[in-house]
Every structure is written in C-alpha cells, then in structure tokens.
Design a protein around this ligand. Structure first.
Ligand SMILES: Cc1cc2nc3c(=O)[nH]c(=O)nc-3n(C[C@H](O)[C@H](O)[C@H](O)COP(=O)(O)OP(=O)(O)OC[C@H]3O[C@@H](n4cnc5c(N)ncnc54)[C@H](O)[C@@H]3O)c2cc1C
Length: 443
C-alpha cells in the first residue's frame, strides 16, 4: 500500500516508521524546511540548539522502543539521570534524588535523605503516594492538581517546592488549572513503576537528529519519500484513493495514496478535515506557551549539576523554573538554557528584559554575580507549545469515520499530556489502525 503522512513532527515520524515497518511505501510531507515540528533543531548563537529544551522520562516506552528500532544508541544520545529535584538556590537548599535501588526503595531512600524538607513535608509526600496507590491512581471525577493536593493534605512547602514545579514540567499547565488525572497518570508510570521508569533523560544531540532525522533516513532507505517545505493545503478522496493539494512548486499532488495520516497540529488538522466535512471532530484547544532563554557565558561557566530547579517568583521577575547546563549534556560549554513554562505573562515584558531577568535570577540563586552578565542570549517562545491540559478535557480519537484517514498528534486521545511520548504513541496507533483496516478490507 502507498500512504501519505502529513507533518514530520514526532507523531508523523512515528506513524511513518510504523507504516514502513509493516511493508508499505510512505511519503512524508513536512511544511517546514526542518524536521521535528515542536521538537526540532534551531540555529542560534552560532550553535545548533533546540526550539525548546526538552526532557524525557524512562517511562516513555513508545519513544524509547522506536529509537531502539531505528538503531539509535540511547547511551550516546541521552544523559540518563535519576529522578531529582535539586534547587539552584542554596538558601532554599532542597535536594531530592532517587536512589539507585529497585522500586519503591529508590523513592523511599530519596525521601529519607532529602535535604531542605521538614519531616512533615516528607510525611506528606509519602502520604500522597500511598493515597494515590490506594485509589489505583484513578479519580472518579477529574479535578485540578491543586484540589488534589489539598485533598491529599500536602504541606505548603511540598506544594510550592515539589508538586507545582513537577506539574508544570509534566503538563505545562499550572497546578491551579491542570488535570489531576493526567498528572496521576504520569506519576503512576514514572514514580510508581520501576526505578528506570523514573529516570530523567536529557538529549545529548539536537532534537531533529534525535528521532526525526533517523526516521527520515529509515523511510528513504525503504522506498519512501520525504518532502521538506511541502505544505499540504487540502485533501480529497476519489473512489478509494486519496490525493493531496500541495502549495509548493514540487507538486507531488498528482500522486494517489491508499490512505493518509494527518499528523499536524490540531488547528491545521481541523482545516484539512474541512475537505471531508469532519472538521467538527477537532475541538478548539486552549494553549500554553513555553519560552527557552539561552544564555551564553564564557566556556568555564558550569552548573553543579546538569540541570537545576529554580525558585519561580513572578512578583520578583524571577520567571525561570529550570536551568540546564548544555555544556554537561550537549558539549556546548558555557551555554545555559532557562526554561519558563506557561510563559504567557513572562513574555509580556519583552525579550531583552526577560533575558536580563533570567540572568539576574541565576546570579542570585547560584550566588555567582558574573551570571547576571551573559555575553549573548537567544529567547525562543513557542506560543502554542502544548494544549492546556485541564480537567476532563476531551481529546479526539485517532480513528476517523472514513476509511483510509487517521489522526496522529500529541493532542489526540491519550493518558498523557502533550509530550513526545503522546506524540509517538499516537503515531503508532494511527499507523496500526490504517494498516489493519486495509488488511481487513483485502481479506
Ligand atoms: C518549547 C517546548 C518544550 C517542550 N518540552 C517537552 C519536554 O520536555 N518533554 C516532552 O515530552 N515534551 C515536551 N514538549 C512537547 C512536545 O514537543 C510535543 O508534544 C511534540 O513535539 C508534539 O509532536 P507532534 O508531532 O504531535 O506535533 P508537531 O511537532 O507540532 O508536528 C506537526 C508537524 O506538522 C507540520 N505541518 C503542519 N501543517 C502542515 C501542512 N499543512 N503540511 C505539511 N506539514 C505540516 C508542522 O510543521 C510540524 O512539523 C515541549 C514542547 C515545546 C514547544
């Protein structure tokens, strides 16, 4: 069979690879000149950086299995660290690091030796885990993460220093309006599973090289085609065959396909589905932005750890929530990446002011005055980084009520928030559905 995949983000890459593995010919269309979508390489500060600093979890089974199958050596492409929350601010002094012991000892050990947390905080964290386990990590009715934390009787310090930063990192939605059920799903698969599942994986290569490039090479090596700068504007069905309208000069639109995977962002999927009168299946999502503030210092600047948690205090213009040392992970000595999730308010002050404030925050929290004066900076804001992962949110199915057409993307129905893992899993589900349906029709 010959299939078209529209969009070469992580969902489209995953769908395309799965279809190739099932013996089909795949044509992958990407509007941009760079593969990877919202997880892609960017040229900046004379370096190859990413559109946003990413972190993966050992629990990302779909993604890690896909990388393995493409021959990507995980030891080379990831810095694998035990789960940790270590604050840069030595005054706050919180340090919580999972032990290298089988579950649940890895977490119990972390709590036992945690610095900067009172006994009441530690008891509260242990209580969260036992209460969630008792409920089977399942809520009868979804509520906000903040409500769940109140229900589980968490201390103010545990909420402020542990749960809120974790929730923002996992769901990119502040705890006041984030879905408690989706948060529990992520915690169940990471904290409550085996120790390796809770590991944090920081990419050592740029994000385009990590998966999408390896996927594209696999597709082209197996009789497929990858078109960059190819914006698909509409699709239509002729008997059993699909055709695509493509805006660019290379016009592969004369080609006919047996099926199509739409793996674009939801608003574009909605437009494409207008051609087949199915646009109403995609809801209007609310979005959260993420800003990554790259600060370049002399190559001798090094953090005490590959990444640290920052003390977010908007009232003091301290917007950063995490800082990554790209010298320790990506061989970019002196380059620090400050992450501001749900950055809608932070970016209102303008780029140079935000860069200045992030640098001042680092200088203050790490107690190193020279960090206030980076040599250069690069601010990248992804305004539609992820959908707002709110309680009870309805997400569209990968299956569509028309043969030969399926959806993939981090926004489709999943237990996970908008992540690389939900994108990859959605691609796998979409490709399987397409391929299985055709097999059944042929039989
Ligand atoms: C700054 C930032 C930080 C993040 N941090 C993390 C993190 O730490 N961990 C994590 O797991 N997740 C993180 N995420 C989320 C993760 O990046 C996304 O969930 C994931 O990349 C979404 O992949 P996707 O394939 O579903 O969508 P996309 O990446 O949006 O892919 C859609 C693709 O379709 C293409 N396209 C659109 N229209 C057309 C068209 N008409 N024709 C052809 N092609 C088209 C687009 O150009 C794009 O390449 C982060 C996201 C951002 C933005």
């Amino acid at each position: 069979m010959k299939y078209a995949v529209i969009g070469a983000g992580w969902a489209g890459s995953s769908a395309a690879v799965e279809l190739v593995k099932r013996g089909h010919e795949v044509h992958l269309f990407e509007a941009s000149r760079t593969l990877g979508g919202r997880a892609r390489q960017v040229n900046g500060l004379g370096l190859l950086v990413d559109n946003g600093q990413h972190i993966l979890l050992g629990a990302y089974k779909g993604t890690l299995t896909l990388l393995d199958s493409l021959g990507v050596d995980q030891k080379k492409v990831f810095s694998r660290l035990p789960l940790q929350i270590c604050y840069a601010d030595t005054v706050a002094g919180i340090e919580l690091i999972a032990w290298k012991l089988p579950a649940p000892m890895h977490i119990l050990g972390a709590l036992l030796l945690a610095k900067g947390l009172s006994t009441a905080d530690k008891m509260a964290l242990a209580r969260f885990s036992s209460s969630a386990q008792w409920m089977g990590w399942q809520l009868n009715t979804d509520c906000s993460v903040d409500e769940l934390l109140q229900r589980f009787d968490q201390t103010d310090n545990a909420i402020r220093s542990i749960w809120r930063p974790l929730c923002l990192a996992a769901l990119n939605t502040p705890a006041q309006r984030a879905s408690a059920q989706v948060f529990l799903n992520v915690l169940k698969d990471s904290l409550a599973a085996n120790r390796a599942a809770s590991d944090m994986l920081i990419p050592r290569t740029d994000l385009t090289a990590l998966l999408p490039q390896a996927a594209a090479a696999f597709i082209e090596d197996n009789n497929g085609k990858v078109y960059l700068g190819c914006n698909v504007s509409s699709l239509y069905k002729n008997d059993t065959q699909w055709r695509l309208e493509v805006q660019q000069s290379i016009r592969p639109s004369y080609e006919a396909f047996d099926g199509v995977v739409i793996a674009t962002q939801p608003d574009i999927a909605k437009k494409l589905l207008m051609s087949v009168d199915l646009a109403e299946l995609i809801p209007e999502f609310e979005y959260e932005s993420i800003t990554t503030c790259y600060l370049k210092y002399s190559s001798t600047v090094k953090l005490p750890r590959p990444f640290l948690t920052l003390n977010e205090r908007p009232a003091d213009a301290a917007w950063g929530q995490y800082v990554f040392d790209r010298g320790q992970t990506n061989q970019q000595a002196g380059l620090l990446a400050v992450v501001v999730s749900a950055s809608q308010v932070a970016i209102e002050q303008g780029r140079s002011e935000l860069a200045l404030n992030c640098a001042k925050q680092l200088a203050r929290e790490l107690g190193q005055a020279e960090l206030a004066l980076p040599k250069s900076n690069l601010i990248i804001t992804e305004k539609h980084a992820t959908f707002s992962c709110t309680p009870g949110l309805k997400r569209p199915s990968n299956h569509l009520p028309i043969p030969g057409l399926v959806l993939a993307g981090d926004y489709t129905d999943s237990r996970y928030p908008a992540t690389l893992e939900s994108a990859v899993q959605s691609g796998l589900i979409a490709a399987t559905a397409l391929s299985d349906l055709d097999r059944r029709l042929r039989e």
